[in-house]
Design a binder for this molecule. Structure first.
Ligand SMILES: Cc1cc2nc3c(=O)[nH]c(=O)nc-3n(C[C@H](O)[C@H](O)[C@H](O)COP(=O)(O)OP(=O)(O)OC[C@H]3O[C@@H](n4cnc5c(N)ncnc54)[C@H](O)[C@@H]3O)c2cc1C
Length: 499
C-alpha cells in the first residue's frame, strides 16, 4: 500500500556539498520548510563514499572549500579524512542533520500541472510532495564497473574504489587495479609499499603533472586562516587556476601560450617517465598523444615513483578475461590475485541512460531521461524547459575542467535559491518554466563555445563526453568568472510564469 505523501516546500536530493549549500542558502533566506533526502545511510556525498586509501582532492583546499565556511585544513591538498571532517563540521554548524532523511533513494519525480507540485517517490515506499526540487544528486556519484568476461567467477575480493571494502585487508596481498585515471593514481602510491604485489591494468595514458603539496606547520595554519590572509590565499589560487583556462579554450590570441604550456608539461612528463619507467615500451605508451587537458589532468608526485617499485607491474596489453584466481591478459599472462580493485570511475555522462539516478516526468508527461539521452539541453545547466520549479545543481555543461567544482556549485545553488525567493515573493506565481526559445538560444551558443575547447577537440575519449566520444556534456566552456557573472541574476523574463 502506498504511504501518504508528506509535503515540504522544497525537497533537496543528496547531501554532498551541493545539498548542504542549498540548505544553508535556504536557511539564510528564512525558507525553512525543506527536507534533504539521501539514499545512503550517511550524509556527505563524494567524501563520504570515496574512502579508498589515498583518496584526496586535487585542487588546493584554499579553493576547494566553501568560500564563506573557513576550515583549518592541515595540507594543501586535503585527504578524504579531512574533507569528511569538514563536511561534518558544516552539517553540525548549520544543524542540517535534523532536516535529513537517510536511506531515502529517490526513484521518480513527477510534476503535477494542476497543482504545480512535484511528487517524489522513494524506493522505501515513502512519498513526498514539494513545490520546489533542488536536485543535488551529484555527477560523479554512480560507480562504473566495466563488463569484463569471467568477473563473477573470481574467488577473491573485488570492489570499486568508491565502494572500498575496509573489512578486506590488502597488506601482504596480491592486488590488481583496473584503470589508471585519477583514483588509480591515488590508490597505487597509497598501497604499493604494503601489498605483496600490485598489478596496474592501465587504460588510456594520462597527462601526469607535478604539484606542490605540503603539510602546514601550526604557525602556518594560524596565519593562513587569518581572515585577510585566507581571502588573499584563495584569490591567488583562484587566479592561478583561472589562468589555466587559457590552455583549455582556443582563443586565437592564446594559441602560442597554449603551445608553450603544453611543451612545458610534455617536457616535465618526459623527464619523469625517463626517471621512473625503465621499460621503453611502457614509457612510450604513457606519453599521451591527445591534447593536454582533454581528459582530467592528474597532478601527483607519488604515482610514477610507485609504479617504479619492484613489487609493482603494469599491464598495457589489456584484459582478456577475469579468471577464478586472477586476470588473464591479452598477451596471454595469467596474473594471480587476491583482490581486484575497479578504479574505473563513474558513469557521469559516459552513459547518458545513467545520467539521472531517477526518472523525471515534467509537463505533459515529458520524460527528462529520454530527452537527455537525445540531447542534454538545459538553461545555464540549472533549469530545464518543461520541468517547472526543478533546479538541477551540476547539470549539463557545468563541470569544471580547470578549477574547483565548489566555485561552480556555489553559483548554481545561489541561482536556484534566488529563483525560489522570486517565485515566493509574487504570490500570483505558482511556478516558473524556462522558455524553450531562451533555452534553445543558450544551447546554440553553448555548443559554439564548446567547439573552441580542448575537451571537445582534443582527440581523447572521456567521461566529459556524451557516451565517451560525443559532444561534451560534462564541462562548462566558461571560465569561473564568466560562469559567476552569467548566472548572477535570475531574469524572470526568461521564464513562463505559471499562475
Ligand atoms: C573521487 C573524487 C574526487 C574528486 N576530486 C575533486 C577535486 O579534486 N576537485 C573538484 O573540484 N571536484 C572533485 N570531485 C568532484 C566532486 O564530486 C565535487 O567536487 C562535489 O563533491 C560534488 O558534490 P555534490 O553534492 O554535487 O555531489 P555528491 O557529493 O556526489 O553528492 C550527491 C549525493 O546525492 C546522493 N544521491 C544520489 N542519487 C540519489 C537518489 N536517487 N536519491 C537520494 N540521494 C541520492 C548521493 O548518495 C550523494 O550523497 C571529485 C569527485 C570524486 C568522486
Amino acid at each position: 500500500m502506498k504511504k501518504d505523501a508528506q509535503y515540504f516546500e522544497t525537497v533537496i536530493i543528496g547531501t554532498g556539498f551541493s545539498g548542504l549549500l542549498a540548505t544553508i542558502r535556504l536557511q539564510k533566506k528564512n525558507c525553512n520548510d525543506f527536507v534533504l533526502l539521501e539514499r545512503g545511510s550517511d550524509m556527505g556525498g563524494t567524501w563520504q563514499v570515496n574512502s579508498y586509501p589515498g583518496a584526496e582532492v586535487d585542487i588546493p583546499t584554499g579553493l576547494y572549500s566553501i568560500s564563506f565556511i573557513p576550515y583549518k585544513f592541515k595540507k594543501t591538498y586535503a585527504p578524504q579524512s579531512e574533507l569528511i571532517a569538514y563536511t561534518n563540521y558544516i552539517i553540525d554548524r548549520f544543524d542540517i542533520r535534523k532536516h535529513t532523511r537517510t536511506n531515502q533513494e529517490v526513484t521518480k519525480l513527477t510534476y503535477d500541472e494542476s497543482t504545480h507540485l512535484w511528487h517524489v517517490e522513494v524506493a522505501s515506499g515513502e512519498r513526498y510532495t514539494a513545490r520546489f526540487i533542488i536536485d543535488s544528486s551529484g555527477v560523479l556519484a554512480n560507480p562504473k564497473i566495466p563488463d569484463i568476461k569471467g568477473a563473477d567467477s573470481f574467488q577473491g575480493a573485488k570492489f570499486h574504489t568508491a565502494q572500498w571494502d575496509h573489512t578486506v585487508p590488502y597488506k601482504g596481498k596480491r592486488v590488481g587495479i583496473i584503470g589508471s585515471g585519477c583514483s588509480a593514481a591515488q590508490v597505487v602510491p597509497a598501497i604499493a609499499s604494503h601489498v605483496d604485489r600490485l598489478t596496474v591494468f592501465m587504460g588510456t595514458p594520462e597527462w601526469i603533472i607535478p604539484r606542490s603539496d605540503r603539510t602546514y606547520s601550526a604557525t602556518e595554519r594560524f596565519i593562513i586562516n587569518l581572515p585577510v590572509v585566507r581571502h588573499i590565499n584563495r584569490f591567488i589560487i583562484f587566479v592561478s587556476h583561472e589562468v589555466k583556462f587559457i590552455g583549455f579554450r582556443r582563443y586565437p590570441f592564446t594559441l602560442k601560450i597554449r603551445a608553450f604550456i603544453k611543451s612545458l608539461y610534455k617536457k616535465s612528463l618526459k623527464k619523469n617517465l625517463k626517471k621512473y619507467i625503465d621499460d621503453d615500451n611502457l614509457r612510450r605508451y604513457m606519453m599521451p598523444e591527445y591534447e593536454l587537458g582533454s581528459r582530467r589532468v592528474i597532478p601527483t608526485n607519488s604515482y610514477l615513483p610507485a609504479l617504479s617499485r619492484d613489487n609493482v607491474d603494469v599491464d598495457i596489453s589489456g584484459i582478456e578475461t577475469i579468471t577464478p584466481t586472477g586476470i588473464r591478459t591479452k598477451d596471454g599472462k595469467d596474473i594471480e590475485l587476491d583482490i581486484i580493485v575497479y578504479a574505473t570511475g563513474f558513469f557521469a555522462y559516459s552513459n547518458m541512460k545513467k545520467m539521472l539516478p531517477f526518472q523525471v516526468y515534467g509537463i505533459g508527461g515529458r520524460n527528462l531521461n529520454t530527452e537527455w539521452e537525445e540531447e542534454a539541453a538545459s538553461y545555464k545547466g540549472i533549469t530545464i524547459s518543461g520541468y517547472p520549479n526543478y533546479f538541477k545543481i551540476n547539470g549539463p555543461n557545468t563541470g569544471s575542467g580547470h578549477s574547483s567544482q565548489l566555485c561552480y556549485m556555489e553559483v548554481m545553488v545561489k541561482y536556484a535559491v534566488q529563483a525560489i525567493c522570486a517565485i515566493k515573493q509574487d504570490k500570483s506565481i505558482k511556478a516558473i518554466d524556462v522558455k524553450s526559445d531562451v533555452q534553445k538560444a543558450y544551447v546554440t551558443k553553448l555548443k559554439k563555445n564548446l567547439k573552441l575547447t580542448v575537451w571537445q577537440t582534443g582527440g581523447s575519449k572521456s567521461f566529459y563526453r556524451k557516451n565517451m566520444t560525443g559532444e561534451v556534456v560534462g564541462l562548462s566552456p566558461e571560465s569561473v568568472v564568466h560562469f559567476i557573472f552569467s548566472r548572477k541574476w535570475v531574469h524572470l523574463r526568461d521564464y513562463h510564469l505559471l499562475k
